[in-house]
Design a protein around this ligand. Structure first.
Ligand code: AVJ
Length: 314
């Protein structure tokens, strides 16, 4: 039997999600090795504008961002920091500088910390293994002298995965970790026509479909689940009330999933809700941040108005 780290927690979350109504699974489980590979491929899809727009914003405003962060800052990223955006940001920071990636996967964290140490020998790299969707054990962060400015960095619009109460709680937690005098630099995807959103989350090559379906394959691999993979189809749905794209796995016919000694029956058309990706207006996101005690000091948008990056101060 597969014994990937966190198997117990994965099983617990799967049983809870499949027992609830409507059925759901947490999107954080998309990112095993195969899922991370598929996500990289999504980022290359012509329809998936998010990554390109985010990167373009970084490139266009890097020196201004670096000036706002200022010298002597400790940048804390929610995520492993393995990506090209982090490297660009770190390269642009004024010295001295410290950087903490926070990541749940020990192997991803170690690999990216090693790479960053080689690439940036004069940056203090202080990786922290933690699930940033839960409360973070702040001991490692508390090594900071109080005078050191903390900047929480959360690119890519992952905040969109949270519903509004969760996003609010999350922003409050960021504000607490940043402490007074700190800041949050966060990417937020913008609302746009439904047609464009559906295309971005249901690309013509079927990569997003494979990404969604990999969650079921992962349950087979890691939990020995019995699932008819071909009984589930990928679907991207726009939910206008919540202003979000939802990904679902829709049963094409009656079928059954057996996992952890329990079985879950599906009628044709029943769905498992696997991800929400909320889209904001600049005004709405500012209002949400304000409720978390974060003051919006600057917002950058790309020329096409696809994506935004907010600089929020505690
Ligand atoms: C990584 C959460 C930003 O919601 O756009 C991409 C994940 N899901 N295609 C997003 C995702 C389907 C992505 N985030």
């Amino acid at each position: 039997m597969a014994r990937s780290p966190g198997r117990e927690e994965f099983l617990r979350d799967v049983l809870a999600g499949l027992s609830s109504s409507p059925k759901s699974l947490p999107c954080k489980y998309f990112y095993d090795a195969r899922g991370s590979e598929l996500f990289e491929a999504i980022c290359e899809c012509p329809e998936y504008y998010v990554t390109r727009a985010d990167l373009a914003l970084h490139e266009a405003h890097l020196s201004e961002i670096s000036a706002m962060i200022g010298p002597g800052a400790h940048v804390i990223e929610f995520g492993s920091g393995a990506g090209v955006k982090t490297r660009k940001l770190l390269a642009a920071l004024e010295r001295p500088r410290a950087y903490t990636p926070i990541e749940i996967s020990a192997s991803a964290l170690a690999a990216s910390a090693r790479d960053l140490e080689t690439a940036f020998p004069d940056i203090e790299i202080r990786p922290l293994k933690a699930d940033y969707t839960l409360d973070i054990d702040a001991d490692r962060l508390n090594l900071d002298p109080p005078s050191r400015r903390r900047v929480i960095y959360f690119p890519g619009s992952t905040i969109g995965n949270f519903d509004h109460p969760e996003a609010l709680a999350f922003l409050k937690r960021m504000a607490r970790i940043a402490r007074s005098g700190g800041a949050v630099l966060i990417g937020v995807d913008l609302m746009k026509p439904e047609r464009q959103l559906i295309a971005a989350y249901d690309d013509a090559q079927g990569i997003t479909a494979a990404f969604n379906q990999n969650l079921l394959a992962r349950m087979q691999r890691d939990l020995d689940a019995s699932i008819e993979l071909d009984a589930f189809a990928h679907e991207a749905r726009f939910n206008p009330e919540e202003s979000r794209i939802e990904m679902h796995l829709v049963a094409r016919r009656p079928t059954r999933i057996e996992v952890g000694g329990q079985s879950f029956d599906f009628a044709g058309g029943d769905t498992i809700h696997t991800e929400s990706s909320h889209k904001y207006s600049v005004k709405d996101f500012r209002a949400l941040a304000a409720r978390a005690g974060l003051k919006s000091a600057k917002v950058w948008k790309d020329p096409d108005g696809l994506f935004s990056m907010h600089w929020l101060e505690t």
